[in-house]
Design a protein around this ligand. Sequence first.
Ligand code: PEP
Ligand code: MN
Length: 362
Amino acid sequence: METAQTTQQSATQSAWNKRPLIISGPCSAETEEQVIATAQRLANTGKVDVLRAGIWKPRTKPGMFEGIGAKGLPWLQQAKKITGLPTTVEVATGKQVEDALTFDVDILWVGARTTVNPFSVQEVADALRGVDVPVLIKNPINPDLELWQGAVERISRAGIKQVGLIHRGFSSYGNTDFRNAPMWHLAIEMKRRLPGLPIINDPSHICGRRDILQATAQKAIDLDFDGLMIESHIDPDNAWSDAKQQITPERMGEMVANIRWRKEDTSSEEYHVNLEKLRQQINNLDDELMQILSQRMKVAEKIGQYKKDNNITILQTNRWNNILDRAYAKGEKLGLSKDFVTRYFDAVHMESIHHQNKIMKQ
Ligand code: PEP
Ligand code: MN
């Protein structure tokens, strides 16, 4: 016989396994009405798989809204009862893990400010021993993959079988466009290191503003992320935390509907055979390019030797302008953009100077 508990567990499992996995809800649970209205409006969009809400909020400065605390957990329980959506909450201490589980939170997540601190991650891991609950781990605030991976290992070693990643961007001083710089290559490197783990993108905390959420979410999907976590609020401008980045549940539904979904792969044999042939061509061409570049450097070294013997400087500006002019003219005919030609020749030129410098120093 199916009990209410096993029904809920299977609802959580099907959400966890769904691709794309869409998680949405307010940055913070504020009032019972706000949590329930958000959940209902999200459920009505038909685009959401899991309801999120921050209950304990790690804030940069004291005096900011630090979350409603355990008092908000029954609101989430109620929202789940009404909508059937599984819930997820951020946990940072052993006590928070216990409280969240007492109120049947279905998926836990470790926040960016916790992932940076191995003491806290270990405390959360210890509280999870013997518990069967999926856990999502946000990247640490600073761009340090070892910390992110270390947190995954601590949670996994506590016996948690279902672990996933959330990419929410990295703090970087003086960065203009994003609240947290995405540094996509770091998320891609985590995917490479931990291929079995789902990775969800959190465009809300990356962007910190509404106008670039859609483009950022699209980029994540184009990079084959497994899902999105997007903050939504019934009255975004008046949210008690992260007001600038939250959107209404309806807008969130539209955003998900507007995304162009692409598949990473197809089972078509012909497609794979053809793709493999083309990739082989690319590999051969890359090998040839490297050979030619190496030959070019050897000629540069000979020139370096010759200049040294004649006591001439490495750089002759005229010659360099001449190389660039030739390259632009040729590049245009060959369909290579001026920007690419500039960057390519800059790199080649720097490498040549480096080789010639070695000769000069000998
Ligand atoms: C949040 O999800 O509301 C949050 C606090 O995120 P992060 O840990 O990414 O800053
Ligand atoms: Mn937030």
